[in-house]
Design a protein around this ligand. Structure first.
Ligand SMILES: N[C@@H](CCC(=O)N[C@@H](CS)C(=O)NCC(=O)O)C(=O)O
Length: 268
């Protein structure tokens, strides 16, 4: 049992640590824009960075850029890569590197939690498996061979989801490592959100109800303000995948016009 004096000392120590580790000003995060070039786009990697920063209570100013309107410094010195974090003199690209940078600089650690390796091993393959499946049988490429390949890609995704469900059934109380939000959650939640929205829209795919731990995990985490305040809209996610699912530039332009009209109608 701590005495009042010890409690006061502990509080001022925590305050001192917080002051010392808070960024001097909000972090700046440069991300892919939506079809209007102004709104925050669909990028799941940018979303992961926002979740990691948000879980640490760090304020982030988000700057969306269209592919043809990126700042010169980003193009010249960082290959135009986004997401790109600017924290004072530090400029970092690649979402995993950004998350590691934030973790090193600002407590609490999201990657040093017990069980993080097992959580990452179960979570990491999911987004790639979904991307391969969702991009299969692109617009205008519906051959028998592609349909057979698509079925294999769906099976692979289901296997990864099954492994993830088994992991969450044991570990998730309620996050992928247990009680605390970790880097594994920051990257996994955007992936699952894309599966939920784009899987349904483009493949009629739904995560099987049998994956109960996975559903419980998603329901809890996707209802938190950390998630709802940083997630792109479902329209944005569908726009991103509709563009990724076609090589035809006329079709890409049509997708952009439709998405643009939807974004503009919403903002009226
Ligand atoms: N490996 C990168 C991937 C980032 C990435 O693919 N970003 C895409 C969107 S999901 C992007 O910003 N594209 C827009 C552009 O580069 O203009 C990371 O993890 O940061």
């Amino acid at each position: 049992m701590l005495t009042r004096r010890a409690l006061r000392a502990r509080r001022s120590l925590i305050a001192a640590i917080t002051i010392a580790t808070a960024p001097a000003s909000a972090l700046q995060l440069h991300v892919k824009a939506g079809p209007d070039g102004r709104s925050i786009g669909d990028c799941p990697f940018a979303h992961a960075v926002r979740l990691a920063a948000g879980a640490k209570g760090l304020p982030v100013d988000v700057h969306p850029h269209a592919p043809d309107a990126k700042p010169a410094w980003l193009l010249d010195n960082h290959e135009g890569k986004m997401p790109c974090l600017v924290d004072g003199a530090d400029i970092i690209t690649e979402s995993r590197r950004i998350a590691a940078f934030l973790d090193e600089r600002y407590p609490p650690s999201l990657s040093g939690l017990p069980g993080i390796e097992a959580a990452e091993a179960a979570a990491q393959p999911v987004f790639g498996a979904f991307a391969r499946y969702c991009k299969s049988c692109k617009e205008g490429s519906l051959t028998a061979e592609n349909v057979a390949a698509e079925s294999e890609l769906k099976k692979a995704l289901l296997l990864h989801l099954c492994t993830l469900d088994a992991h969450l059934a044991v570990a998730a109380k309620p996050y992928a490592c247990g009680e605390a939000f970790s880097t594994a959650d920051a990257f996994l939640l955007p992936a699952l959100y894309h599966i939920k929205v784009a899987g349904k829209a483009f493949k009629g795919f739904e995560i099987p109800v049998q994956f109960m731990a996975l559903h419980a995990y998603m329901e809890h985490a996707m209802a938190t303000s950390l998630f709802t305040e940083s997630a792109p809209t479902p329209e944005m996610v569908r726009w991103g995948w509709a563009t990724a699912r076609t090589d035809d530039s006329d079709h890409k332009a049509r997708v952009r016009r439709t998405a643009l009209a939807a974004v503009q109608t919403k903002s009226v």
